[in-house]
Design a protein around this ligand. Structure first.
Ligand code: PLP
Ligand code: COI
Length: 359
């Protein structure tokens, strides 16, 4: 892919950037540039460019605004102590986007083009990748996304599609950092049904989660737990994270996929736990098991995982009729978290070959 670059003449000055990077929050500050490429049936992917970050022009009839034909990815660029900059398993994000493209009837973006686009933006905006002299975990969050930009109100797959990448320095997703998060169980709303879009990373899934997320906030919780749509019995995932359950006998369970998002953090943790000597069981996991096995003390830890949240211990589960207290321990959770971030930040050897150097 040929990428043209127009540098911004109004890049953020060093003092302002230092202030932003000292306390980046999540998803509020964006870098000086963005990547864009367009697709039409006749031309394929064309006009790849890096331009100054800024608002885009979209026709009010652009299909995405009406029918939500849109997908996205979430990943991070990490600065190592020697100044180099790396992404974590970028091909896995690219491959998941290809699967999302198929589900949303969007044109496939080749894996190599996805990785090249991300690399190009990170390279141009490399000064936005935070350093962590204090051993912290700040990184540059990357948001590749694709949407139906065609001006057309008929309901069919769009014939003009835009793929973009934007980037935003990020600290902890949850205000408390790695402190346990409390969860709200929604028994009214579901996220994805059989044949639906649950396994795709598409805006519609997040739109449908918001009313439940609002309920969670109203109950003093950070995230929502969704159950399967068919029987309302099995734990699927959170609004933006996958789940793990650890038992006192060394058994570890993560809900099976199908209608949940196949998290790259989730998949990586299966391998990390394997190296630690644990075997992870991917299976249906009942909400009753959660209640019973925390009560009996057999479940010792529960944690949530995802790019934005990394690995975060789960505290209390709140439900309409009470809920379930926080499991006893966070020891394994913190070990898994450490093992993962040590690879991402280059503080441990990358024995899995997961890291991809950009700068
Ligand atoms: N589940 C949902 C609904 C998500 O939005 C995310 C975040 O991306 C995840 C799971 C975790 O996926 P990953 O580990 O690839 O970030
Ligand atoms: C991510 O972890 O990348 C996500 O998309 C989750 C979202 C809650 C920010």
């Amino acid at each position: 892919m040929q990428i043209s670059t127009t540098l911004s003449s109004t890049q953020v000055d060093d003092a302002t950037l230092a202030e932003i990077l000292a306390n980046p929050g999540f998803g509020t500050n964006f870098t000086d540039h963005m990547f864009t490429v367009e697709w039409t049936p006749a031309q394929g992917w064309h006009d790849a460019r890096i331009t100054p970050y800024g608002p885009i022009t979209l026709d009010p009839a652009a299909a995405v605004l009406h029918y939500a034909q849109e997908i996205f990815e979430g990943m991070k660029a990490y600065r190592h102590a020697d100044g180099s900059v790396w992404t974590f398993r970028p091909e896995a994000n690219a491959e998941r986007m290809v699967r999302s493209c198929e589900r949303l009837a969007l044109p496939e973006l080749p894996v190599a083009d996805f990785v090249q686009a991300v690399d190009a933006l990170v390279e141009v905006d490399q000064r936005w990748v935070p350093t962590n002299p204090d051993g912290g975990e700040k990184a540059l969050y990357l948001r590749p996304f694709m949407f139906a930009s065609e001006k057309f109100l008929g309901v069919r797959p769009a014939e003009h599609v835009t793929f973009m990448v934007i980037a935003s320095p990020a600290g902890a997703y949850f205000k408390g950092g790695a402190k346990p998060v409390n969860l709200w169980l929604t028994e009214e709303y579901t996220r994805a049904g059989r044949g639906g879009m649950g396994a795709a990373k598409t805006g519609g899934n997040y739109a449908s989660s918001l009313v439940a997320q609002r309920e969670a906030y109203a109950h003093g919780c950070d995230q929502v737990v969704f159950l399967d749509a068919e029987e309302g019995k099995y734990v699927e995932e959170l609004g933006g994270m996958n789940l793990y359950f650890a038992y006192d006998d060394g058994t570890i369970v993560t809900p099976e996929t199908g209608t949940i998002l196949e998290g790259i953090t989730r998949a990586s943790i299966i391998e990390i736990l394997g190296k630690m000597g644990y075997q992870v069981s991917e299976r249906k996991f009942g909400i009753d098991e959660w209640r019973t096995d925390v009560a009996s003390g057999r479940i010792t830890e529960i944690f949530a995982c995802g790019t934005a949240a990394v690995v975060t211990p789960v505290g209390t589960l709140k439900t309409r009729d009470g809920g379930s207290p926080a499991p006893a321990s966070t020891e394994l959770t913190m070990k898994v978290r450490q093992a993962l971030v040590d690879v991402q930040f280059g503080r441990a050897e990358d024995t899995f070959g997961w890291m991809h150097q950009i700068v």
